[in-house]
Design a protein around this ligand. Structure first.
Ligand SMILES: NC(=O)c1ccc[n+]([C@@H]2O[C@H](COP(=O)([O-])OP(=O)(O)OC[C@H]3O[C@@H](n4cnc5c(N)ncnc54)[C@H](O)[C@@H]3O)[C@@H](O)[C@H]2O)c1
Length: 248
């Protein structure tokens, strides 16, 4: 296998400033890709630029806003071979009766609507090229009801549906769409409990079933496999990358 399987390819990575997105961007760069790295944090992108000065184009801004999506597309200059929708936020473990409107709206905007807008924007380029690969980051919270609060759980179940529907419509046009569903990963994501009831209900369950915390590079490896040619016949999959948690 080539040491630079992404040579000559342009791949957009969201949430590239930290955690799984950062690990994915740096791996893709090492494997030859031209990386469009998007994140809301200008400072995190600056640090990424220091690490990999050549071959990365950074776009800072809130991906929940269409304007940022437009800027990411402009940076790609008409060519997108891969899209990794990774940016996401947690929900304070708010259970249904305690959901704050701002939490609901923000979590769905960032975890789902931003993914839809960016995917909607790249698809015409991929379809006209007759090829492309999209990987969405879901979660083990998209496989069960007991791994997060309600808004995050809803958003990650929706990521699965978005992945399947996109794969259904566009695989015949050469565009594959898959998702990974990580378990716990050592990143900067903020996950405080804002609900006593959620802590009582979820806390002991997490303690008894949670697998060991994975490193972001482990998830990035699965994302890059799904972005690359070695997974050529895989589309519409939601791949647990969770240390076996889905099997519990
Ligand atoms: N860490 C875990 O345990 C875990 C488990 C399952 C799934 N996930 C998912 O993995 C993905 C990556 O999370 P992570 O754990 O690496 O977190 P992280 O916080 O380390 O990285 C996420 C990055 O996304 C950026 N971001 C957040 N909101 C944004 C916005 N509106 N516009 C642009 N950028 C934005 C952040 O600035 C950050 O750099 C998320 O979708 C998350 O839901 C994480």
């Amino acid at each position: 296998m080539s040491a630079a399987p992404f040579h000559g390819r342009t791949v957009i990575v969201t949430g590239a400033g930290s955690g799984i997105g950062h690990a994915t961007a740096t791996r893709l760069h090492a494997e030859g890709a031209r990386v469009i790295a998007a994140d809301i944090s200008r400072e995190r992108l600056r640090l990424l630029e220091e690490e990999i000065s050549d071959g990365v184009i950074t776009v800072d801004g809130d991906l929940a806003e269409q304007l940022t999506v437009d800027r990411v597309l402009a940076a790609a200059e008409g060519r997108v071979d891969g899209l990794a929708n990774i940016a996401g936020i947690m929900d304070g473990f708010e259970p249904t009766a305690e959901i704050r409107d701002d939490t609901w709206e923000r979590v769905l905007s960032v975890n789902l609507t931003a993914m839809m807008r960016l995917t909607r924007a790249v698809l015409p380029l991929m379809v006209s090229a007759g090829r492309g690969a999209i990987v969405n980051v879901g979660s083990e919270a998209g496989q069960r009801g007991s791994a997060a609060g309600t808004p995050y759980t809803v958003s990650k179940h929706a990521v699965n549906g978005f992945t399947l529907s996109t794969a259904f419509f566009y695989t015949p046009k050469g565009v594959r769409c898959n998702a990974v569903a990580p378990g716990p990963v050592a990143t900067s994501i903020e996950a405080p409990f804002r609900s006593d009831w959620a802590q009582q209900r979820i806390g002991p369950l997490l303690q008894s079933t949670l697998p060991p915390v994975a490193q972001p590079e482990t998830i990035a490896a699965a994302i890059c496999w799904l972005l690359g040619d070695e997974s050529a016949n895989v589309s519409g999959a939601v791949l647990p990358v969770d240390g076996g948690w889905a099997a519990v």
